[in-house]
Each structure stands twice: as structure tokens, then as C-alpha cells.
Design a protein around this ligand. Structure first.
Ligand code: SF4
Length: 347
């Protein structure tokens, strides 16, 4: 598929979507005196994964991004909201769960933990092919993930492979189902830096060859910049900014995204202004049992205004740089705020 046809498909071909996806984990009663408490892990998340596109979800640890992947994979059940597969709500239980798994597969962070150490590569792949009734062979799967010649890898046990090779086997096993969407939860964060790029290039190659919709979960915004067509930024269970990969990483709008970029150990600093961002909250993410009112970032935000502590900002459009729609959930982009700031500046 060429770049232009991929771009056209991207506007129409949503494979998997989330609408108002919310997950609250109940907290055990004896930890608290009084009423029922819950961890507000994911709050009203909307997203769309499109055929032949990589969507990166970026955020610090505990921001809820892995929970979003597990909700989309139906490994945990949402508190409210919907997961939509080709526009139809998913209720994946029993047999329907297996059918759903054929279309939506997950790749986990730790390839060593996701492979059984007492079984060979051949066992892992042939078992997955049998479960999903695929006509492919284990050799073909290994060739798809560039582990060649396949005969060399099929008899090996996980401990005989490098980290990168193990993650490629885990990806090959996910491909055994013939999925349309791949949910990759920090797929390179446990690998040596030198082999991360190879695995990201493999995922990008699979996106193009198999027309996969890929969700790439990461805390590394620099890799999202390199790899993703679209970037969503999560903070404290909410998506706070979204747009094209270039727009979000080169022209970050939300103060939290700017802070994330400024914190990245990137010698090729994305923008000079990012390094000037300060974190007035001392770098502490908020409690998700009792999240801050209004904008959840307001205790850490150097631009916080009175309304930020009271009113939760909606998605507001920010100036587009030709990389598709770009928005931020921040009152700085509200017409009223812009008018008030302009009035303050003018004599
Ligand atoms: Fe900062 Fe207010 Fe924007 Fe939140 S809404 S990021 S507190 S300026």
C-alpha cells in the first residue's frame, strides 16, 4: 500500500474504537474507613485505531495506558463506555471471546514471561495456529518476523533466544490468529537499546504488509515520534492531547506533553521551548483514588488558572500544522481564555 492510499484509508477504516471507556478498580474496604472507594484508572477515553496506522499512547507509569490496552483486549471488563469492533459494541465472553481474539491480539512487555520456558518455539507457534484454525505454518510465521532460516529457531527454547528474538516469537504467535489489530504494550521497553529499533521497524513493516491497526503503548515519547502516525497523551487516566505524530511531538500543546518531552533524555531536543517547562507539583502524579477536581494536571501545571481547579477542560482544537486534527484538553486553548489573555496584553 502506498503512502497516499494508506492516508486515504486512515480517514475511513476504523478497526477498533473506544467510546467513553472508563475503568474504576474497587479498593478493598478494610484499607479505608467509610464508604466505597475506587481507583479511577481510566476515565472517558475515546480513541480509534485505523487499518494500516500506528497510534501511540504515551504517558508516565500509572497513567492508565496499559489498562486501556487490557480493556481493548477485553482482558478486563470496563466500568462504563464501549469497545467497538468495526462499529459494533464488543461483549467478548465465552466463545465470542475466542472469536474476538482472532481479530484483536496483544503483545506484552516482557517476552520472557509471555513464553512458557519449558516449551520450544515450534510448540508455541503450532499451538497458536491450531487454536485459531490458521492454515499458516510455524515456518511462515517466523519468516514474517524475520527469524530466518526458520528451522534454526523452531527447536529452540525461550532461554536460548535473545530478548529481541523472544519478542519476535511473541509477535509471530500473535500473528498466528491473523489479527486486524495489534495492541503492543511497551513492546521494546525491556529490550536492549540496540535492538529496540529492529523490533519497532518490524512492527512498522507488519503495519504496511498486513495492513494492521497497531496501538503502541509507551512511556518514551521519542520512540512515538519515530514510529507513530498518531499520538495520544495520557495523564492520570485521561487522554489530554491527540493528533498527528509530528504535530504532537514537534508542536506539543498541552503543558503535560511539553513536560514529558522536556523530561525525555533526548540529545536531539525536539524543541528549545520544551526544556523551559517547569513542574510546579514536584513531579508527583496525583492519587487516582481521589483525583484532583477540574483539570487533573492543575496541581502540577505552571499555567493553572482559577477555572482549572473547578472545570474539567474538553478537547479543544489547537492550530494544525498540516498533520491532521490536533487537540488538547486544556483551557489555554479556549476562546474565552485567549480573549482574556489578549485583553491583558493590550494597553
Ligand atoms: Fe494547565 Fe489549566 Fe491547561 Fe490544565 S487546563 S493543563 S491546569 S492550563
Amino acid at each position: 500500500m502506498t503512502a497516499s492510499t494508506r492516508s486515504t484509508a486512515a480517514t475511513t477504516d476504523v478497526v477498533l474504537a473506544a467510546v467513553g471507556l472508563t475503568k474504576h478498580f474497587p479498593v478493598r474496604r478494610r484499607l479505608f474507613v467509610g464508604g466505597r472507594r475506587a481507583v479511577h484508572a481510566v476515565e472517558s477515553v475515546d480513541l480509534a485505531l485505523r487499518r494500516g496506522r500506528v497510534t501511540a499512547m504515551v504517558g508516565e507509569s500509572g497513567s492508565g495506558k496499559s489498562t486501556v490496552a487490557r480493556l481493548l483486549a477485553q482482558l478486563v471488563r470496563q466500568t462504563s463506555g464501549d469497545v467497538l469492533l468495526h462499529g459494533s459494541p464488543v461483549r467478548a465472553t465465552g466463545r465470542r471471546f475466542r472469536a474476538y481474539c482472532r481479530r484483536v491480539q496483544m503483545v506484552f512487555q516482557d517476552p520472557f514471561a509471555s513464553l512458557n520456558p519449558v516449551h520450544t518455539v515450534r510448540y508455541h507457534l503450532t499451538r497458536a495456529l491450531r487454536i485459531h484454525g490458521s492454515p499458516m505454518t510455524a515456518e511462515e510465521l517466523l519468516t514474517q518476523v524475520s527469524l530466518t532460516p526458520p528451522e534454526r529457531f523452531l527447536p529452540k527454547f525461550p532461554h536460548e533466544l535473545s530478548g529481541g528474538q523472544r519478542q519476535r516469537v511473541a509477535i509471530a504467535r500473535a500473528l498466528a490468529a491473523g489479527p486486524e489489530a495489534l495492541l503492543a504494550d511497551e513492546p521494546v521497553s525491556m529490550l536492549d537499546v540496540s535492538i529496540r529499533l529492529g523490533v519497532l521497524n518490524l512492527l512498522r513493516d507488519l503495519r504496511d504488509r498486513l495492513d494492521l491497526a497497531i496501538l503502541y503503548i509507551t512511556h518514551d515519547i521519542a520512540s512515538a515520534r519515530y514510529f507513530a502516525d498518531e499520538v495520544l497523551v495520557m495523564y492520570a487516566g485521561q487522554v489530554v492531547e491527540g493528533g498527528g505524530g509530528e504535530a504532537v511531538t514537534q508542536h506539543a500543546a498541552h503543558p503535560y506533553t511539553r513536560l514529558l518531552i522536556a523530561s525525555a533524555p533526548d540529545p536531539d531536543r525536539i524543541t528549545g521551548e520544551a526544556s523551559e517547562v517547569e513542574d510546579v507539583g514536584g513531579g508527583e502524579p496525583p492519587s487516582l483514588i481521589d483525583p484532583p477536581s477540574g483539570c487533573r494536571f492543575h496541581p502540577r501545571c505552571p499555567h493553572a488558572m482559577a477555572r482549572c481547579a473547578v472545570e474539567a477542560p474538553p478537547r479543544l482544537a489547537v492550530e494544525s500544522n498540516g498533520d491532521g486534527p490536533h487537540w488538547a484538553a486544556c483551557w489555554l486553548y479556549d476562546a474565552r481564555t485567549v480573549a482574556e489573555q489578549a485583553a491583558e496584553v493590550s494597553p
